[in-house]
Ligand binder design. Structure first.
Ligand code: HEM
Length: 306
């Protein structure tokens, strides 16, 4: 996906990409230095806390840039707005303008109807931008790893690409949707590498007693924060079968999916707080793989231990 594609047309996104690109990681002395050493030098492991300052600086810089972008939007006339590409900042600002009424939703913790404040707007934009960048890149990395590990599946993906994607113009949402094997391949990759699992903590809003599959009971008190063990759920043999640890994209064929527990596949979380970028991330991953496989072959390097 390039900045000239549909997703990249947003002026706001351009500004943010510029911010991401002003200093690449290698130029950040502290993270790049400790990234290479913290594993084996006792003292540098603990000095890593210094990276907090770099991250903080980045967050402040990003916050102030978003703040400026909002000010620009506030001064815009409706004519000016209509002429440009509408982006997620418009949706967030419209949410700010809506008078959200959540009073009748008994399962919601916050029951105040209110608009997004400016700092909530900035915070939401930051979450979208940070949550949406490295995550998708990591999923793409894992897919390429699995492609290199499974040339037999690479062949099927290539065949599917040949059948459906005949030109660069075909790499669009509707055509990518037709690549059903690639979709299963990406889902299987995400199942075996659920790297964002730490993003799913939940706090109990009331005390509950859960009955476990081994007939024991688990009491969760009001206010307790729990983190579902997604890496374990993802390879649970009771849910996925004896071959749970194997890479088998066809386990996501509709007929194999039918009786599976709805909370079995959790790389994007679940429920009202499920990742809102899920469909975008899946599309972006598949589109990127199509582009890459059209140009490159991915193989395991004999010199690298996997
Ligand atoms: C492969 C890519 C991605 C993965 C694996 C991923 C994973 C996750 C997970 C596990 C959560 C927590 C969900 C839960 O608590 O149930 C989450 C939340 C979130 N993600 Fe993603 N994400 C990805 C891409 C994206 C993208 C592309 C965007 C935005 C463009 C995005 C925006 C967000 C936001 C805003 C939240 C917070 C939602 C909330 O708290 O209500 N993510 N993501």
């Amino acid at each position: 996906m390039g900045i000239d594609d549909e997703f990249g047309k947003s002026a706001f996104l351009h500004q943010v990409l510029q911010l991401f690109g002003t200093k690449d990681t290698a130029k950040h002395f502290i993270p790049s230095f400790f990234a290479g050493t913290y594993d084996f030098l006792f003292i540098t492991k603990y000095l890593q806390f210094l990276t907090i300052f770099t991250a903080l600086k980045f967050a402040i810089q990003m916050g102030s840039m978003i703040d400026k972008a909002i000010t620009v939007r506030e001064k815009e006339t409706s004519d000016e707005k209509a002429k440009r590409h509408q982006d997620f900042m418009d949706f967030l600002r419209e949410a700010q303008e809506d008078n959200l009424d959540t009073t009748n939703k008994s399962d919601m913790d916050i029951k105040i109807s209110k608009k997004l404040t400016r700092s909530e707007l900035i915070g939401s934009a930051q979450t979208f931008l940070i949550g949406g960048a490295d995550t998708t890149a990591t999923l793409i990395d894992y897919c390429l790893y699995e492609i290199a590990m499974h040339p037999e599946y690479e062949k099927i993906i290539l065949q599917e690409i040949d059948d459906f994607i005949t030109s660069e113009d075909d790499i669009n949402y509707n055509k990518i949707k037709d690549l059903e094997f690639l979709d299963r391949f990406v889902k299987e990759t995400a199942r075996l590498h659920p790297f964002a699992f730490t993003a799913t903590p939940r706090r109990a809003i009331e005390t509950v007693i859960l009955k476990c599959s081994d007939e024991t009971f688990l009491r969760i008190d009001k206010g307790i924060c729990i983190l579902p063990n997604i890496p374990v759920i993802s390879v649970d043999k009771n849910v996925w079968g004896k071959d749970a640890n194997e890479f088998i994209p066809d386990r996501f064929l509709p007929e194999n999916n039918e009786n599976r527990h709805p909370m079995a596949w959790l790389p994007f979380g679940a429920g009202p707080r499920i990742c809102p970028g899920k469909n975008l991330a899946m599309h972006e991953t598949k589109a990127t793989i199509v582009k890459l496989l059209k140009e490159f072959k991915f193989e395991i390097c004999n010199k690298t231990e996997v």
